[in-house]
Design a protein around this ligand. Structure first.
Ligand code: GRG
Length: 295
C-alpha cells in the first residue's frame, strides 16, 4: 500500500476510536438518537477533514489529543451535513458510504435529531478544556468552525445549491457556491489544525490559501466521480447531478477541462506550502490523494 494511503488509514483509525469514545451507547429512548449518531458517524468515510487537521497541527508539534479532538469536531459537522443532505427534503438519498442513510436505517425525525446532536456536540468538544488549555484558542476554533458551517459557509452553500437546481450557473457562480458548500469546512480543517497547533498569522494564511485551492479541487473531482465514477466504490449512486440537471464543473468545462483544472489547483495548493518545506509533506500528500481518489 502506498505510504500516503497507509497514513490516512492510520489517522482514520484514530478518529474512529475517538468518535466511538465520544458517542457512548446508552439505553432508553435517548439511546435511539445515539445509535443514529453512531450510524452516521462511525464505520465509514475517508476522514479527509480530520486528516487535514492533524497533518496541519503536526507541523507545529501539537499534542495528538488536541488535534484528534479538533478533527472529531469537524468530522461531526461533516457527518451531520451528510445525514441532513440525504433526507427526502434535500437530496433524498437512500444510500451513504455503502449503507442505508440514517433516515432509512431509523426514521426522518431521528435523522434530523442525530444531525442536530452531532452539530452541537462538535462545539461541545471544541469548548472543553482538553481541546486546548488556552480558552482564547478554544474560542477561536469555535468561531472559525461556526463561520465555516453556518450561514456564510456550508449552510449558505447548500441553500444556493438547492435554489440553483432551477437556475443555470456560470463558472464563477458555481465556484462561489462550492467555496461555501464544501470549501468552507475543508478550509476550516487546515486552519483549525494550525490554530490548535499554535501557528502564527502568516502560517494560518498559508494554510488558508492551500485549503482554498484544495477545496475547489475536491469538489471538481467529486463532480467527475459523480459523472464517471463507480457506484460500488463510491458507496452511493452515480449520475445524480445529471439527473437533477445540476450545474457542475464537468458540465461547464467538459471532462478533460475539469480534470486539468483540478490538477492545476492541486499543484498550486501544494506550492502554497513551500514555506513549511518538508514539514508539509503530509498535507501535500493529501492534495495528491484528493486528485487521485476513487471515492
Ligand atoms: C445539510 C447543511 C447541510 C449541508 C449539506 C456538504 C453538503 C452540504 C452536502 C453533501 C453533498 C455532497 C455529496 C457534496 C459533495 C462533496 C462532499 C461533501 C462529499 C462527501 O465528502 P467525502 O467524499 O465523504 O469526504 P466521506 O464519506 O469520505 O466522509
Amino acid at each position: 500500500m502506498p505510504a500516503f494511503d497507509q497514513k490516512i488509514k492510520e489517522t482514520a483509525a484514530l478518529i474512529e476510536a475517538a468518535l466511538d469514545r465520544h458517542l457512548p451507547r446508552r439505553g432508553g429512548p435517548l439511546g435511539r438518537v445515539v445509535d443514529a449518531m453512531r450510524h452516521g458517524a462511525l464505520d465509514g468515510g475517508k476522514r479527509l477533514r480530520p486528516f487535514l487537521v492533524i497533518a496541519a497541527a503536526d507541523m507545529f508539534g501539537c499534542p495528538r489529543e488536541r488535534s484528534v479532538r479538533t478533527g472529531c469536531a469537524v468530522e461531526m459537522i461533516h457527518c451531520y451535513s451528510l445525514i441532513h443532505d440525504d433526507l427526502p427534503a434535500m437530496d433524498d438519498s437512500d444510500l451513504r458510504r455503502g449503507r442505508p442513510s440514517v433516515h432509512k436505517a431509523f426514521d426522518e425525525a431521528t435523522a434530523i435529531l442525530a444531525g442536530d446532536a452531532l452539530l452541537t456536540q462538535a462545539f461541545e468538544l471544541l469548548a472543553e478544556p482538553a481541546t486546548h488549555p488556552d480558552a482564547e484558542i478554544r474560542c477561536r476554533l469555535a468561531l472559525e468552525l461556526a463561520r465555516a458551517s453556518g450561514r456564510e459557509g456550508m449552510v449558505g452553500g447548500q441553500m444556493i445549491d438547492i435554489y440553483a437546481e432551477q437556475k443555470a450557473f456560470d463558472l464563477e457562480g458555481i465556484e462561489e457556491l462550492q467555496r461555501l458548500k464544501t470549501g468552507a469546512i475543508i478550509r476550516f480543517s487546515a486552519i483549525g489544525g494550525g490554530i490548535v497547533g499554535g501557528a502564527d498569522a502568516y502560517e494560518v494564511d498559508a494554510l488558508r490559501l492551500y485549503a482554498e485551492d484544495l477545496g475547489l479541487a475536491f469538489q471538481i473531482v467529486d463532480d467527475l466521480l459523480d459523472a464517471f465514477g463507480d457506484a460500488e466504490a463510491l458507496g452511493k449512486p452515480v449520475g445524480q447531478d445529471a439527473d437533477m440537471e445540476k450545474a457542475t464543473f464537468v458540465k461547464l468545462l467538459g471532462a478533460e477541462g475539469a480534470r486539468s483544472k483540478a490538477k492545476s489547483l492541486v499543484e498550486r495548493a501544494k506550492s502554497r506550502l513551500d514555506p513549511f518545506a518538508a514539514r508539509a509533506d503530509a498535507l501535500k500528500g493529501a492534495a495528491d490523494f484528493v486528485f487521485a481518489r476513487k471515492n
